[in-house]
Write a protein that binds this ligand. Structure first.
Ligand SMILES: O=C(O)CCC(=O)C(=O)O
Length: 297
């Protein structure tokens, strides 16, 4: 009877001899690790120098990240879905947000899986890092500044500590000092738990042309700026976290299995269809990709 057989009789049986090996081994048999090939193709010296700046200041501004057609595609798809105003002063009383972005906006993919962003995330986090949330943010004129905050403060690990998440904010409109460009406090990613922003702290305003992005660490103090320009400020933001943390948006509910099966491998992995070794993220003992339509469960 098959019950009496040993697992060792299966040629794919894996022998684990130490706890370190258990922690570090990708035990998935049907679907192994995937990594962004596009990110791997970038100039390592350029990425390294930007990485050093990111670790020093807590943020970097990257220009010419996406072209005009990519910006227009996002604007066209997002605009009809920009309806409600924020429900609290953090979301912004005169700020519109779109959640569940990977389900609702295919035009957001080039921002979420931008190769240079992934190349930086590859340096910051363990493989199989996750998309914690993504939003389109439209700050309307006469919107007060968003309260300064850090993005990874809800993880119960006191600062100073390494960043547990990182974020991009892409300018879809030009970001100006008047229309609500993101504001950040350089170096504040190194602050201890007790320290919070004071009026005298030097701040930087991410004034940048459309198509640029500010990439910052999850422990950097920042926020959307005040908009007193007479026009709105459209942006798309994505936050990413270590693969062993809970994400802010529950993408297994927000993104249908059909969509998860259809997106790129990079987006699918970011949505949680991956395994953090040895088997975090499994479903019914299997790689989660096997549960998707067309998967070989
Ligand atoms: O809109 C921005 O510039 C920043 C938004 C932000 O930090 C947030 O909503 O958490």
């Amino acid at each position: 009877m098959s019950e009496s057989k040993s697992g060792r009789d299966d040629p794919r049986f894996r022998q684990i001899d130490s706890f370190d090996q258990y922690l570090g081994t990708d035990l998935a048999r049907t679907h192994g690790f995937t990594r962004s090939e596009q990110a791997a193709g970038l100039d390592p010296a350029l990425v390294q120098s930007q990485h050093e700046q990111l670790m020093r200041d807590g943020y970097i501004i990257l220009q010419d990240m996406v072209d005009a057609d990519t910006l227009q595609a996002l604007r066209t798809e997002a605009t009809p879905q920009l309806e409600k105003m924020g429900r609290n002063s953090f979301e912004g009383e005169r700020t519109q947000r779109i959640y569940a972005v990977p389900e609702k906006l295919r035009s957001a993919d080039p921002f979420i899986e931008h190769p240079l962003v992934l190349a930086h995330l590859d340096r910051l986090f363990q493989p199989n890092y996750l998309l914690s949330q993504a939003q389109v943010i439209n700050i309307l004129s006469d919107s007060p500044a968003q309260p300064l905050h850090i993005d990874d403060g809800f993880y119960a690990w006191p600062r100073p500590r390494p960043a547990l998440s990182a974020a991009t904010v892409f300018a879809v409109d030009d970001f100006t000092a008047e229309n609500g460009a993101t504001v950040a406090i350089p170096g504040s990613h190194l602050w201890a738990e007790e320290r919070s922003p004071q009026p005298g702290d030097a701040r930087v305003t991410a004034v940048m042309p459309a198509g640029s992005c500010i990439l910052f660490l999850g422990n950097l103090w920042h926020g959307g700026g005040e908009n007193f320009s007479g026009s709105s400020r459209l942006a798309i933001t994505a936050q990413y976290c270590e693969p062993w943390l809970r994400t802010q948006e529950n993408y297994f509910l927000s993104v249908s299995a059909e969509t998860a099966a259809a997106v790129s491998e990079d987006i699918r992995r970011l949505l949680g269809y991956s395994i953090h070794p040895p088997f975090m993220g499994m479903s019914d003992g299997m790689h989660p990709k096997r549960r998707l339509p067309g998967g070989d469960s």
